[in-house]
Each structure stands twice: as C-alpha cells, then as structure tokens.
Ligand binder design. Structure first.
Ligand SMILES: Cc1cc2nc3c(=O)[nH]c(=O)nc-3n(C[C@H](O)[C@H](O)[C@H](O)COP(=O)(O)OP(=O)(O)OC[C@H]3O[C@@H](n4cnc5c(N)ncnc54)[C@H](O)[C@@H]3O)c2cc1C
Length: 415
C-alpha cells in the first residue's frame, strides 16, 4: 500500500475524522486516516452519546461565573481545576473570560445555534445512508431540576430556547415521573427536548463507519501518531512515528491534541485546551431509563445505552498529561443514585476519562487554508456536530455552497 497515493490524509480517527472520511471517500476522494491510537478511542469513545442540539450557549457564559466558587469548593462538584495546571491554563482562561462579553458571546451563540439547527437532520440522513439507524434514537431528552429555586430558571431557560426555535416543553413533576418512572420525586419538573437524540452504542457506530470507509476504498493506519507537519511549496510532509509521508492535502482532526499540529500547518496558535470529562458505565442498568436525563442542579447526564447506563459529565482543567482522577467518575454514581428510586447496580462498572477539545470561544475550527483542512475544537458537542462538520468540510473541499455560513468557524478569527 503506497500511503502517499491518497488525495487526502486525515490526522485523527475520532468521530470528527471518521464522519468526514466517509463523506469525502463516498464522493470519490481517496482518503487515508492516520490515527495515533485505535480508531475512535479518544473522546469519541466515552462521551455521553447525546445528540445535544438544545445546547446552544457557549461555555464562556458570564451567568455561570457566579456558580464557579461553589462548584470549585465542592470536592464532588461538577468543576475541578488542578491548581498545578493553572499557569498553563491562564492564557486560554483569559480568552474565555473575554468571550463572555456580550458581543462575542452573542456571536458564538448564533454560530452554535446554526450548527445545532442542522445537526440532527444531518445525523439522521447520514445514519440512513450508512446503515447506522439501529444505534440512533431520536426520541428526545430531559433536563430536570430538584431545587425549588431552580424551577424558575428552568422555565426561563425553556422560554428563551423556544424563542430561539429550539423546541421544548415544560413538564410538571407528574408528567416527568410518568415519562421516567425510575426518577425520584425529588425531581420537581423538567424540560423535554423533542428534537434531540442519543446514540445507543458509540462503539458499534464507529466500528460500522470504519468498515464502511474501508469498503468504499478508504484506508486506516492505526498506532500512527503524526509527530510533525511541514508545509512547503511542494506539499505537506508529515512525520509519523515510523516514516515520512508526502501528502497533497491534509485534514487535521486530532481533537484536543490538535494545537501543536495546527500551528505547524497554518502558523496560527489556536486557543485550544482541554476540558476533561468522566464517565461511569453501569452494564446492568441498560433498562433503567428510556431517555437521556440531565440534571440542571447536578450538571451531569445519564444516558441509556445498549451496553448499560452511562453516567457522564464534569469538567476538569488539568491538561492532556496529568493522570485521570477516577474519583471523578465514581462520584457520578452518588449523583445518579440521589435522583433514582431504586439503588443502582454498579457491579462490573467501568470508569473512563476523556479530553474535550475546547476552544476559548466554544466554536470549532472548520476551515480550509490552502491544502490544509481543519476540523477540530468541537468541545462538548463533537458527537452532535460531527456530520454537519463533515458536510461543511465537503463543501470547502469541492468549493460548493455550505449549508451554513462558514465565517464564524474560520481559523483567521484567532489571527
Ligand atoms: C465526558 C464527556 C461527555 C461528552 N458528551 C457528549 C455528548 O453527549 N454529545 C456530544 O455531542 N459531545 C459530547 N462530548 C464531546 C465529544 O466527545 C467530543 O467533542 C468529540 O468526541 C470530539 O471528537 P474528535 O474526533 O474531534 O476527537 P477524539 O474523539 O478525541 O478523536 C481525536 C483522535 O485523534 C487522535 N490523535 C491525536 N493526536 C494525534 C496525532 N498526532 N496523530 C494522529 N492521531 C492523533 C486521537 O488518538 C483520537 O483518536 C463529551 C465529551 C466528554 C469528555
């Protein structure tokens, strides 16, 4: 196999790289994926599986600031900063703060709204095209509250979203418990989001996509980290752990690990850091819930999957190198238990930590710079936005009109 004979080399085989690879390969482009580890073994393996089209507000949200001290001082809270990492986090955090000003906040919000508005339909069409429908449910999701003081916030949130054409319905406690009888009556009410969905088996989806990609003629090289990239007038040279590859076109989709390569490929330093998140998978609890249930007060999610109930969430700022702190995964059990009537069976549970690729303005970079395509930085929403991002990359590749105005996702916003 001549690895140089391909039209496009994609760096990173997570859900973002895979969806773009299948989309482009199906349109006649010869694509190879260079994956540092195994395909879809990063954030795309362990996320909450929620097609979260209702999440249209940037993480850089001034309204969250008031809750930060309480979150940080609670050792079991949804936010943790490893203070040793703080000096390295500061430049990113400073930019995050600047993005909380009304104008940049509104810009990011509009751009998220645009991406999410197309995300679910894009996934549904893609699922039909590539036989992924057994693992996609579009039956909605719930956001519950349990503090009486949060009820008004929930209602206001729902109203604001309805005005933005993000459909939702306010459920009373009775309606909520009828829909999800496993929930305790400490849950006072909820928003139901009908235009959201969830993936019931992430591994099955990514495996099927890998097989489809190979059947279409694409090629995957696993355990092949790209260590360095150099752009010259003659093309792009990628140095991997065991060879040098001359590439005509490259797409960077290395998730949270994209920063250094983006700089080498484009000369631009992207404010990209990672928000680490955790999950605890309970294999004996697949039937406990029917829909993904998030808690506004506890800030985590429970997603029913074919392989169990996945408890996921929390944000930890500790960079890409510090070891996982699996207490963060274990504490999700206590959080979930407090919301459910019958004790959870945690036998054979598995714990996981992964790296969300987070930019300081909460938007991905979806762009083309000469022969370099960029498709990373999807933060909390990479699964949701994977297919729509692939469509936008295809539009850039073939010089077509994109479904969404691409301006907000361009790299030059960081120049
Ligand atoms: C706890 C948690 C819950 C989440 N829940 C949701 C959710 O419910 N819904 C949602 O939409 N999103 C969710 N997300 C976010 C989502 O998982 C990510 O945005 C998405 O997976 C990013 O996909 P990716 O392909 O860009 O990155 P990844 O899946 O991390 O893939 C990047 C790939 O690039 C490879 N790579 C890295 N460096 C190199 C290199 N130098 N050379 C070659 N390959 C390289 C990596 O090995 C990896 O396989 C969640 C994230 C977490 C952590």
């Amino acid at each position: 196999m001549d690895i140089q004979a391909f039209d496009l080399h994609i760096i990173g085989g997570g859900i973002i790289g895979l969806c773009a690879a299948v989309t482009l390969q199906a349109r006649g482009i010869k694509v190879v994926i260079l994956e540092a580890d195994k395909i879809a073994s990063g954030a795309s393996y362990g996320n909450a599986g929620h097609l979260a089209t209702e999440q249209v507000f940037p993480i850089a949200d001034a309204n969250i600031l008031q809750h930060v001290p309480a979150m940080l001082f609670n050792p079991e809270g949804p936010l943790r900063i490893d203070w040793r990492y703080l000096p390295r986090l500061m430049p990113w955090a400073f930019k995050l703060l600047l993005n909380m000003r009304p104008e940049p906040f509104a810009r990011s919000h509009q751009a998220l709204l645009a991406l999410n508005a197309h995300s679910l339909q894009a996934w549904q069409d893609f699922a039909k095209d590539w036989q992924l429908t057994p693992w996609i449910k579009v039956e909605g999701s719930l956001l519950t509250v349990e503090k009486t003081t949060s009820l008004a916030d929930l209602q206001a949130h729902g109203q604001r979203l309805n005005e933005l054409s993000v459909p939702n319905e306010l459920l009373s406690q009775q309606q909520l418990l009828e829909l999800e009888p496993a929930l305790k009556d400490t849950q006072l009410g909820a928003l139901f989001f009908p235009q959201t969905g969830h993936i019931t088996d992430l591994s099955a989806i990514t495996k099927k996509l890998s097989t489809t990609f190979s059947e279409l003629g694409g090629h995957i090289v696993e355990h092949c980290p790209v260590l360095e990239a150099k752009v010259s007038v003659d093309g792009i040279t990628l140095t991997t752990s065991d060879q040098q590859i001359y590439a005509r076109k490259v797409m960077l989709a290395a998730g949270a690990h994209s920063k250094a390569l983006a700089k080498q490929l484009t000369g631009i330093s992207v404010p990209l850091d990672t928000e680490r998140g955790y999950h605890l998978m309970l294999p004996n609890e697949a039937a406990r819930l029917t829909l993904p249930v998030s808690s506004m007060d506890r800030r985590f999610i429970m997603t029913p999957m074919d392989t169990g109930l996945r408890l996921a969430g929390t944000v930890e700022y500790a960079g890409l190198e510090a070891p996982a702190n699996m207490n963060r995964a274990q504490m999700l059990l206590k959080q979930a238990q407090a919301m459910l009537t019958v004790p959870l069976d945690s036998e054979n549970s598995t714990q996981w930590m992964g790296f969300r690729p987070s930019t300081a303005d909460s938007l991905p970079i979806i762009d083309k710079c000469g022969s370099v395509f960029l498709n990373f930085g999807h933060q909390h929403l990479g699964l949701t936005q994977a297919v729509v991002s692939a469509q936008m990359i295809a539009a850039l590749y073939f010089d077509e009109n994109p479904v969404i105005d691409p301006a907000a996702y361009r790299l030059d916003r960081f120049e």
